[in-house]
Write a protein that binds this ligand. Structure first.
Ligand code: MG
Length: 177
């Protein structure tokens, strides 16, 4: 049976990951409204990934013999002043998530919940990648400044990201559902 403090913290993290998904879905809508369909596509892929993250924690709670408690999601931003502002927000958000994962590790160690450490170690690595991916886009947008053709090239590049197989956020995969 899982430790009560750990259970509460993981339930909270399920909410955090679902809120990430919700935030990126909001950014997807924003980028589509700006005709930056490549960035919108990248955010759709990320929306799906965040649900996968939430479900990793969700399944872990079930495997540990406890009950998942879904918490309220927060109201999110729906608009940004510019593409770079959205990407900066995504970076800030991922740094926050990294902090959440670090806090979970602290709790796991304090409560001797060693069974959660392999899962949390996976998230430590994942967060390195998440932060690197979004901060790279922020840096590239800073280089571009007001270079509009350059922005469209970056948009096209980001549009090349692959969906996880069967993602419901992939317009092609849900067409025949
Ligand atoms: Mg995540």
């Amino acid at each position: 049976m899982i430790n009560e403090r750990m259970l509460t913290a993981i339930n909270e993290q399920i909410k955090n990951e679902l809120e990430s998904s919700y935030l990126y879905l909001s950014m997807t809508a924003y980028f589509h409204s700006e005709s930056l369909d490549g960035m919108a596509h990248w955010m759709r892929c990320q929306t799906n990934e965040e649900i996968v993250h939430a479900m990793k924690f969700y399944n872990f709670i079930i495997d540990r013999g406890a009950q998942v408690k879904l918490l309220n999601l927060s109201q999110l931003k729906t608009n940004w002043a510019s593409p770079i502002e959205a990407w900066k927000d995504a970076y800030k958000h991922e740094q926050q998530i990294t902090g959440n994962i670090n806090d979970l590790i602290t709790i796991a160690r304090e409560e001797k919940e060693y069974a959660s450490e392999p899962l949390l170690a996976w998230f430590v690595e994942e967060q390195i990648e998440e932060e690197a991916n979004v901060s790279k886009v922020v840096e590239q947008l800073e280089i571009l400044e007001n270079d509009k053709p350059g922005l469209l090239m970056l948009d096209r590049e980001l549009g090349g990201r692959a969906f996880l197989q069967g993602s419901p956020f992939d317009p092609l995969s849900i067409k025949n559902a």
